[in-house]
Design a protein around this ligand. Structure first.
Ligand code: HEM
Length: 159
């Protein structure tokens, strides 16, 4: 029951992060590019990303803590039965790729997003557009890694 609850919480964190990235690159960004002039587009993207990145910080923390708690539960269960704990390979991959995603997210949030904020304040639209483009590619990279993790872990648990 505890394990199932942790897994549900884990998945909710993953849904917020990965679903939000899909919405951002596949729906919001192209719609804003089509409908808005650069000043309004940069202002909108900045306001949306400020909220979304705060949500991602919480969602990634939840995914990490719930994931670590599940690993801990399985380890304790095996140890109390006197058995060795060999973590499945797909779990290693999930944790390793999470670290990559967290590093990419940190670069987006702490470097690129700040650059957009400064360009917005200076009304330097080409600088803002270049930073938004870089964010788009890095979010796309994280989206691909996130989807890959989901497929991998689902395949792993079906094996
Ligand atoms: C963004 C990164 C992550 C994604 C996309 C992700 C995705 C998933 C998914 C889809 C499942 C459900 C698997 C299933 O029941 O079929 C799962 C389970 C799990 N995750 Fe993650 N996860 C991530 C990060 C982490 C981290 C950082 C940890 C550990 C510190 C972790 C540990 C676990 C564990 C232990 C399970 C349970 C697996 C099982 O019961 O078979 N995950 N994860």
């Amino acid at each position: 029951m505890l394990y199932a609850s942790l897994k549900a919480i884990h998945l909710l964190g993953v849904v917020v992060w990965i679903g939000g990235m899909f919405f951002m690159v596949a729906c919001l960004r192209p719609a804003a590019a089509e409908a808005l002039e650069p000043p309004a587009r940069v202002r909108l993207m900045h306001a949306v990303m400020r909220r979304f990145f705060a949500a991602v910080t919480v969602a990634a923390g939840i995914a990490l803590l719930s994931g670590a708690a599940m690993v801990g539960l399985v380890w304790r269960e095996r140890a109390s039965a006197g058995l060795a704990f060999n973590m499945p390979l797909d779990w290693y991959a999930m944790i390793g790729l999470f670290v990559v995603m967290a590093a990419v997210f940190a670069h987006i949030r702490l470097t690129l997003f700040r650059r957009v904020g400064r360009a917005l304040a200076d009304q330097a639209w080409p600088v803002a557009a270049a930073a938004l483009l870089a964010i788009r590619w890095e979010v796309t990279l994280n989206l691909v890694i996130g989807v890959f993790i989901i497929v991998l872990v689902r395949l792993g648990s079906a094996a």
